[in-house]
Design a protein around this ligand. Structure first.
Ligand code: PRP
Ligand code: URA
Length: 209
């Protein structure tokens, strides 16, 4: 496994992942699971986040405390990343949210960009770029290229399921960007779907198929 790749194997997460993979899980349940797992992932990832000392006043008197040092920006890759972002916002409500719209051309499997709106001064934020599926890696690579171009510097990529091909391609292109995933699956099929995966994440989240 590439050294920038972090596999999160918390039992609660693995339990919920199995429910997500099940084709009989309904859209409502699937969406809730994606939100819950995304929040749990960020809880794990945020263990290494830096704190800053602050002085505050309780109703009783002055004291010192700690707050997160970095401003957080969550950037979901549309459309499936949106629901991951919702789960993370529940945990970090002060986070700003940017959006990047990409879809994968079904023939070429190459990403096509259609939208990008990021918080101002994105270089000042710690960015969580989120997308449930890392298949060929094309979408993640394109998204990183776009947000770096707009100034983002401190980026981590958070996905649910990854394929070995996607991990290899993304790590080769951006070896310094940490990748967090909850499963490294077997392979891609001839249509670029992750095997066994969970199917089309966008369709399962939004009930479009
Ligand atoms: C899915 C997924 C990723 C991409 C991964 O999105 O959410 O963005 O495919 O594949 P890749 O690693 O091979 O690029 P899709 O293109 O189906 O768009 P959607 O979210 O609009 O359904
Ligand atoms: N996108 C998905 O939604 N699922 C896959 O398995 C691959 C790409």
């Amino acid at each position: 496994m590439e050294k920038n790749v972090h596999l999160i194997e918390h039992p609660l997460i693995q339990h919920k992942l199995t429910l997500m993979r099940d084709k009989n899980t309904t859209t409502k349940e699937f969406r809730e699971l994606v939100k819950e797992v995304s929040a749990l992932m960020v809880y794990e990832i945020s263990r290494s986040m830096k704190l800053k000392d602050v002085e505050i006043e309780t109703p009783i008197g002055k004291t010192y405390g700690k707050l997160l040092r970095d401003e957080i920006a969550i950037i979901p890759i549309l459309r499936a990343g949106i629901i991951m972002a919702e789960g993370i916002i529940d945990l970090i409500p002060t986070a700003k949210v940017g959006h990047i719209g990409l879809y994968r051309d079904p023939e070429t499997l190459k990403p096509v960009e259609y939208y990008c709106k990021l918080p101002n001064n994105i270089s000042e934020y710690k960015v969580f770029l989120v997308d449930p599926m890392l298949a060929t890696g094309g979408s993640a690579i394109k998204a990183i290229e776009v947000i770096k171009d707009k100034g983002a510097e401190d980026i981590v990529f958070v996905c649910l399921i990854s394929a070995p091909e996607g991990l290899e391609n993304l790590s080769k292109e951006y070896p310094d960007i940490p990748i967090y995933t909850i499963s490294i699956d077997e392979k891609l099929n001839s249509h670029g779907y992750i095997v066994p995966g969970l199917g089309d994440a966008g369709d399962r989240l939004f009930g479009t198929k």
